[in-house]
Design a protein around this ligand. Sequence first.
Ligand code: 26V
Length: 816
Amino acid sequence: MSTPPHTVDAFVEAFLRELNVGQGVSLARSSVNDQALALARTVRHHLMARWLEAIATQRRSPVKAVGYLSAEYLLGRQLDNALLATDLLDVVREGLAACGLDLDTLRDAELEPGLGNGGLGRLAACFVDSLATMNVPCIGYGIRYEYGIFRQTFVDGRQVEQPDTWLTLGSPWEFPHPESAQQVDFAGYTETYVDDDGQERCRWVSGWHVVGVPYNYMVPGYRNGRVNTLRLWSARATKEFDLEIFNSGDYADAVRARTFAENITKVLYPEDSTPQGKELRLQQQYFFVACSLADYMFEVLPRDFDMTRLHERIVFQLNDTHPVIAVPEMMRLLVDVRKLSWDDAWAVTQKCFAYTCHTLLPEALEVWPVDLIGRLLPRHLEIIERINAEFLAEVRERFPGDELRVRRMSIISDYPERGVRMAHLATVAATKVNGVAALHSELLRDKVLPDFSEMWPERFTNVTNGVTPRRFLKQANPRLSDLVTEAIGDGWITDLDQLQGLEPLADDAEFRARFRAVKRSNKERLADLLRRRDGYELPVDSMLDVMVKRLHEYKRQSLKLLHVVSVYEQIVSGRVDPASVVPRTVVFGAKAAPGYRMAKETIHAINCVSAVVNDDPAVKGVLSVVFPSNYNVTLAESLIPAADLSEQISLAGKEASGTGNMKLALNGALTIGTDDGANVEIRELVGDDNFFLFGMLEPEVATLAEHYVPSRCYEEDDDLKRAIDLLSSGAFAGGDRTAFEPLVSNLLYEDRFMALADYRSYVDAQSRVDAAYRDPDAWARAAILNVARCGFFSSDRSMRDYIDRIWHTEPAPAGE
Ligand code: 26V
């Protein structure tokens, strides 16, 4: 198979053929969806030959690969990415125009695969992009959810969730491979038996099983001819299972059985950070991990591969605790199936896994009830118990007589119920454990897993997150990309440190003017979109102040809202002359977990404030608040390039890293932020003068936590008091004084994340922002320096760090 020619004529011919033969319609009678599907199929032909080559090479070559295990991949739209990787954009635009079609219309027809909740899933997508671009062999393993993250709508300002039916019109980017299906067992019991050579062994007699069908996605490297694979598993009922029940005559039961099996990959859990301990979630985790390990160990590797050398061929990266059940699964495959001794199997297993932790919130660490694991995965529970027994023996040997420590470190907790602490299991099994930003890795070592880091200090490391410059600069911000490329060439696309070459241009008045023109035109593009999409009128002359991320109390959208209410209150009360205020448009984008009450109350409050503020002539042209619904990767790609100010205002010590902070800074937004997550490194790199720091530092937070009384902040700060009083007055709720009661009481009497404690420092920092924005030239200079100094935050650099410090893999040019 060869790659088709890069010419307009060849494209048009191939596109029309896809439309006629693939979709079965003529151009004249085709719908936009027909056209979009045919276009996707035409483009993917350009990647196909390379892909097949890479897959064949992977099987032949002895080069070590990365198996990225992640329950989430937040991919975003595929078409643009494929056009970029294949350098087909101009050919396609021209070819479509020749057919009387518009590329942008077809682009908009694509529904993004939203197979993730937020940062963690998007990070996985950035990482596989970088590995392909860096020519590193990697298979991304995950779950093909039939329904991804819910579509958010607002009804009377409140969030209402709609199912995400991304597959209904067909997904041209996936390739099912039913012939490579894997069987996955559940439940039943274990028994011992004596095998052929007289050895007593254990086996698992399962209660029921399903099959996993892989769907392959192409992960193209940037113009390097490499295409890696993302393999997402979908659950089906087994044929035998079906047949048995069909034969017994109970047709309805047979159909029900099928639904039961297919439920496993039906829907992405929209919770991020508070695990619910739901059985189906554990089924999902085991399902995809069992499929993935069997796939690599028994399908990708030769059948007779010597498993004591497995670590020479693969390292599985555990993206948070979600795939950690892979550890006992690998032990089961090696000991029960491949008949290795326990010690040999454990020696290999310990070399095959590395673990990334993505949180600092204790409630986000998964603990599965022992009863549940015992019921669903009885063999795995036995294996976990043995791993734990041997591990605790090691702890007792190292720290004799320290039984408190033994209890703290145990993989199995006793309280509040017997549970398997997945983070402990991961840490015990992994070669390396990493946090996702410098501060986070430090806190992970010293506060979350201190006993472990004392025992194995060399096991702990940091890899600061990164984002792919292909999607988040080149693709999302073509105007800035062109300006940058004109100035320093296009090497930055795969070597983001080259952005440093822009530094001198920050002092060039003409370059600054052009930079400002780019920002403005990005705002106009966003204004067009929000007008069509949400009916908002975005004032393109004002400062665009952007807070986009999941809704969480620790991220403190409520603090941003208090600032908005303060500014509004000062103007309407006449204490501040609107003519003296720097015009701002505040943009929120956030989904709340459907069961997270306070998060949903916050959304409601933001929408209510927005409605009143936007409608009040007293602040017209000075303050507006927009909250487009359904923030997702596609919307991010339009919002981020237009932003002037990036809000990164989590309570210090709570945001593991953040990656939106990196995307915004890279696109020339200045950050107002706390000393938290990757903000710390952003500020170090861009410099204090080009970053608005505020708020308590992490150690201060820890100290204040011992005696924090939020209502005192309210009593002692007039502006804060006025803002909260206005919120409670009913002014934003048609006179209803109870509308925001839960939110306001929470702030006044609980405030777990200390929004009120940081209020004064935050609004003061916002005044510094206003002052800086008044000087457009100085602002542009600072924004350019942000771009120039953010090369470090490329996910290519993150991948380098993983390779050097954790995986020890090598690039392997495709086809070799
Ligand atoms: C937890 C759970 C719990 C059960 C249901 C589904 C689910 C899904 C995800 C999670 C983990 C949330 C952890 C997470 O997303 N952390 C974020 O990771 C980003 C990438 O490292 C990082 O930038 C953010 O700071 C961090 O909050």
